[in-house]
Design a protein around this ligand. Structure first.
Ligand code: ADP
Ligand code: MG
Length: 257
């Protein structure tokens, strides 16, 4: 579903050129759980931003679902991003003084979904991440782990086929971090493609494939033998969230197909 070939990214900083990616090629299939791992400054976030259609490469090609991304207009790119990709970041990026339910409803508001349907979808997404009893809580009334789960619910509510997470456990203690990792594993078990960015080798072991990146180049790309995480608790409702999606697809896309 993701095919990039010889992708480069050069940032122009005044007189200086920063070569953040220096020729990266990789394929990611539907249903994979991939970690992009490397030290700080190696180009991980740059690569994720390109894969997530948040930025465009300087050179090289990117095919997403067989479509050459460089041929899409800004509007089409935004539609693709809204429909296909959910983002989770290290800083949870939640709005202050805003309830969990409302945070999760926001992407649906932009997609023009009715209030009743928004509420239903947001509650289902919060339920799916284990926050069914925290829907009226604001960020300052939630723990870090809970805030990140609100952010994950917000990423899920549009039923994306791909979830991209950039250091999502970076601001969490190890217990909350584990819960969040568990959630990503469960999402992946439901068939959602998960692309994870981290500098932490231990976290990478929770996924199924690790792409090592160094100085803007892929150094190694290898499957993980056995995934480390053994999730004890089971979150319910992720399947439900992805049912009856036709109407939403239509609305989020704004066009048919
Ligand atoms: P990582 O996520 O692995 O820490 P990044 O992709 O953020 O690495 O950065 C890769 C390189 O590109 C670094 O040298 C960084 O300083 C540089 N860089 C990243 N974003 C920008 C930007 N917007 N403008 C200029 N340089 C950037
Ligand atoms: Mg980064």
């Amino acid at each position: 579903m993701i095919e990039i070939e010889n992708v480069t990214k050069v940032y122009q900083m005044g007189e200086v050129e920063v070569h953040a990616l220096r020729g990266v090629s990789l394929n990611i299939q539907k249903g994979e759980f991939v970690t992009i791992m490397g030290p700080s400054g190696s180009g991980k976030s740059t690569l994720m931003n390109l894969l997530g259609c948040l930025d465009v490469p300087t050179d090289g090609t990117y095919y997403l679902h067989g479509q050459d991304v460089s041929e899409l207009s800004d509007t089409q790119l935004a539609h693709t991003r809204n429909k296909e990709i959910g983002f989770v970041f290290q800083q949870f990026n939640l709005l202050p003084r805003t309830s969990a339910q409302r945070q999760v409803e926001l992407p649906l508001m932009y997609a023009g979904i009715s209030a009743g349907e928004r509420r239903k979808r947001a509650l289902a997404a919060l339920e799916a991440v284990g926050l069914g009893d925290r829907t009226h809580h604001r960020p300052d009334e939630l723990s870090g782990g809970q805030q990140q789960r609100v952010a994950i619910a917000r990423a899920l509510v549009t039923q994306p086929s791909i979830i991209m997470a950039d250091e999502p456990t970076g601001n969490l203690d190890s217990k909350s971090g584990n819960e969040v990792l568990c959630l990503f594993q469960q999402l992946n078990e439901q068939g959602i493609t998960v692309i994870f960015v981290t500098h932490d080798p231990e976290i990478a072991e929770y996924s199924k494939r690790v792409i090592h990146i160094l100085d803007g180049l892929i150094e190694r790309d290898a499957p993980v033998d056995s995934s480390l995480l053994d999730c004890q608790t089971s979150q319910n409702g992720i399947e439900n969230l992805y049912q009856g999606t036709a109407a939403l697809d239509q609305a989020v896309l704004g066009v048919a197909g």
